[in-house]
Design a protein around this ligand. Structure first.
Ligand code: BJW
Length: 295
């Protein structure tokens, strides 16, 4: 019987990857929902997690869905807030956090040829922060389940790190399949404008990501060649996140794109790239071990 694909990929390139890693100065990571799968949180596409009740999760992550039925969308987010609060960061989050500390320590040494790492995460579950990832090396592209903001585009109210569960009485049982329709009047209102509803502080389809964060990422990529781009647990279906690996590759000829995904395969790989098929929580500590040690 042929060996499983994951094992084949892993055994043929781990040594070569470690050689590249040890010679690398600038590392970028782009993370997606697959990173948190081992923590028990569902992904968006191609799995049982793609459906919430009878709705496609991606259909609920839109301003149109919120306008049409804010109670339904809030139930979806209330359930995900609860699941994320109960989840624990896995060894993949810990490995990335350790890589962040490696970069921070290198910057503190202030010597020539310092090592840099920037972790761009599409995940909104707060598990990077709970794994003690240094904030200076982490950017949350799609916001956070634990940020709130006003649904009105003309009101500036926001609140960070709100972990109240339930957020309001109407959201006491967001998992219930039989929950009645929740009217807007039962949902929390913005304390500033006192008119519009509060909404999750996440980025929905068709909404702009934070412009200053995007400019900062562009600058980081443009500043110098990126040696490694780790593309971890993402379907790379959503932009701009899906474009950062190629943007970094365009900057230098030595960039290796390293895919870490249950479904990783060799399709689309270029010379010097790597693909590791398997659980990110298992693979990341192995892949990053030579620079971060044990996690
Ligand atoms: C494992 C694993 C394990 C599982 N270990 N791996 C250019 C071209 C075309 C369209 C556009 C474009 N630029 C912008 C757009 C429009 C749009 C877009 O990209 N549409 C696409 C559908 C094409 N983008 C936007 O609207 C963005 N805004 C923007 O660009 O503004 C300007 C603009 C607007 C309109 C037009 C043009 C410009 C905003 C995107 C916001 C995305 N928001 C969401 C919801 C966030 C809040 C929430 O969480 O509820 O973000 S949607 C959802 O998808 C969520 C995710 O972060 C995102 C990506 O999903 P992710 O993380 O990749 O998860 P999955 O499930 O797709 O994949 C999981 C992977 O893990 C799989 O591959 C598994 O195999 C793997 N896996 N277990 C390792 N254990």
């Amino acid at each position: 019987m042929p060996p499983p694909r994951a094992l084949t990929t892993y055994t043929t390139s781990l040594q070569a990857f470690h050689k590249k890693l040890l010679a690398s100065q600038r590392i970028l990571a782009v993370c997606g929902a697959g990173l948190s799968a081992a923590s028990g949180l569902p992904t968006f596409r191609g799995s049982a997690g793609a459906l919430w009740r009878t709705h496609k999760a991606t259909d609920l992550a839109t301003p149109e869905a919120f306008r049409a039925d804010p109670g339904l969308v809030w139930s979806f987010y209330a359930q995900r807030r609860r699941a994320a609060l109960r989840a624990e960061p896995n060894r993949g989050h810990l490995a990335l956090a350790a890589l962040g500390r490696w970069a921070v320590a290198s910057a503190a040494e202030g010597r020539e040829g310092r090592r840099e790492f920037l972790c761009l995460s599409q995940n909104v579950d707060d598990l990077h922060s709970r794994a003690s990832h240094p904030p200076s090396t982490l950017r949350l592209l799609h916001g956070s389940l634990f940020s709130l903001k006003c649904a009105s585009q003309t009101c500036t109210w926001t609140e960070q790190n709100n972990t109240l569960d339930p957020l309001c009485a109407a959201l006491v049982d967001p998992t219930s399949q039989t929950t009645q329709h929740i009217p807007p009047s039962a949902l929390p209102t913005c304390p500033q404008c006192k008119t519009s509803l509060q909404r999750p502080g996440v980025v929905w389809f068709g909404e702009q990501l934070d412009a200053s964060m995007l400019a900062e990422i562009d600058d980081w990529i443009a500043r110098d060649e990126v040696d490694i781009v780790l593309v971890i647990g993402t379907s790379s279906a959503v932009y701009p996140a899906a474009g950062f690996a190629e943007q970094a590759r365009g900057r230098g000829r030595k960039t290796s794109v390293v895919t870490v995904n249950l479904d990783a395969g060799v399709r689309g790989m270029k010379e010097g790239d790597f693909a590791f098929a398997g659980d990110a929580a298992v693979l990341l500590p192995l892949l990053l071990g030579p620079v971060i040690g044990e996690v």
